[in-house]
Design a protein around this ligand. Structure first.
Ligand code: CA
Length: 431
């Protein structure tokens, strides 16, 4: 092959490869802690004392005394906020349910309509910040159902209540101070600063610290108004994602097909390999084509086990998780963005497995421990250790070792736990 032919073929391959990974086009929210202590309501005297301390801290942080006095003088304790903070989910949500509730035909159609409606602005933001239109619309859809629900809780009351609660006091104290600085800047005040129970505000649900650092006044009224100005809200979201490290011209990831002999211990964001390596392992796109030979760091995710859809995710997936630290959330943003951009449903539908209760997971942990696989204490949380124990048992039994607790896996585990030691010896099996 002549060198120029070679170069041409390299260029063609690269062009194809780029088309494959390119998109067609500071934490916004606090992470939910795994465990919450029982609810304890603060008595009025203790709350007044706490407000006094927060007031002193705000003055110490050089926030205008007038602002501090007027705002902290108006704050009230909201017992409901603590109740919501302590709300423990009864079930572990399945990917099937999570995705179904967030990415549905209504959201896709509405998203497509709104993308067209705001196309000029969105395209300009793509040039400026590198975030394609469909992603901004997808975040908007997931955060507030395209601005139809911005939250009606009083943010300063919520943040003060949470700052006076021991569970995440320092985190919310800092957010409260940032909220006071927003008042100082004339963004809103005690009566108009409304949002979620945890203090997330506006069309894109920014916490005060994200609001202060990343909100942009795009419509030129000298105020970044994330509640009432869509140009401000979209521009702020694009600015935020850009600062989180969004890679221009790259996708979030995509659905893929795994070979039947795939080693599922390689699934998860803790394993990062260049696309070239996944290609060698036989990973294919949903059309059945081999992955491009690219040195692009990526991870394989199987949010509902081997029977569900598989995904390969790139750096922009981590950027989405910088906005909200949840893999399900980031997959939902990516998939909704693709669908708004004209893409179809997932090739493999997530299986509709039973939601796991804390009791079921505790039983699973006990059963794994009894069978000789160390799942750790039976705390009812399906964590890394339990997953590894399940995977080891699956491997020893010759089953698909994906460490996922599907209905089928649960039934098999029930059968294992009923085996008597004699029978195991008879079968020549060892646990
Ligand atoms: Ca503005």
């Amino acid at each position: 092959m002549k060198s120029c032919d070679y170069k041409l073929s390299v260029l063609l391959v690269l062009a194809g490869v780029l088309a494959w990974v390119q998109g067609g086009p500071a934490l916004a929210q606090p992470a939910q802690a795994a465990e919450a202590p029982a609810q304890q309501e603060l008595d009025p005297q203790a709350f007044a004392q706490c407000v006094e301390q927060l007031t002193a801290r705000a003055l110490q942080e050089q926030i205008e005394p007038e602002v501090v006095a007027s705002q902290m003088g108006a704050v009230q304790y909201v017992a409901r906020v603590i109740e919501l903070d302590r709300r423990q989910p009864e079930f572990t949500e399945t990917f099937h349910n999570y995705l179904g509730q967030r990415v549905n035909d209504y959201r896709v159609q509405k998203g497509r309509t709104l993308l067209k409606q705001h196309y000029d602005l969105l395209l300009q933001l793509t040039h400026q910040y590198g975030i394609p239109p469909q992603y901004l619309v997808a975040f908007w859809g997931l955060e507030t159902n395209f601005g139809s629900y911005l939250g009606k809780m009083n943010v300063l009351d919520s943040l003060t209540t949470l700052a006076c609660d021991p569970r995440r006091s320092e985190f919310f104290t800092i957010e409260l101070l940032e909220a006071l600085r927003l008042v100082e800047a004339g963004v809103a005040d005690h009566s108009t600063m409304l949002g979620s129970w945890a203090g997330a505000m506006g069309n894109m649900q920014f916490m005060p610290s994200a609001y202060r650092r990343f909100a942009v006044d795009a419509d030129g009224d000298d105020k970044a108004d994330l509640w009432n100005s869509l140009p401000d809200a979209f521009t702020s979201a694009a600015h935020f994602l850009n600062k989180l490290g969004w890679q221009r011209n790259l996708r979030w990831g995509r659905e893929i097909l795994l070979p039947t002999d795939f080693d599922y211990s390689l699934a998860g964001r803790d394993v990062r390999k260049p696309l070239t390596e996944w290609r060698l392992l036989g990973v294919r796109d949903v059309a059945g084509n081999r992955l491009p030979a690219l040195d692009l760091k990526s991870s394989v995710l199987i949010p509902s086990g081997h029977a569900g859809p598989a995904f390969i995710v790139y750096e922009n997936f981590d950027v989405i998780m910088g906005w909200n630290r949840s893999e399900f959330y980031a997959l939902a943003v990516g998939h909704l963005a693709d669908r708004i951009n004209g893409g179809g449903e997932l090739k493999v539908a997530p299986p509709d497995d039973e939601r796991l209760t804390v009791e079921t997971v505790q039983w699973v942990q006990q059963a794994l421990n009894a069978a000789g696989y160390d799942a750790g204490p039976a705390d009812g949380i399906f964590g890394t250790r339990t997953k590894r124990a399940l995977r080891d048992l699956q491997k020893a039994r010759g089953w698909v070792a994906d460490g996922y607790l599907s209905d089928a896996a649960l039934q098999r585990l029930q059968a294992v736990s009923k085996e008597s030691p004699d029978r195991q010896i008879q079968n020549g099996e060892s646990l």
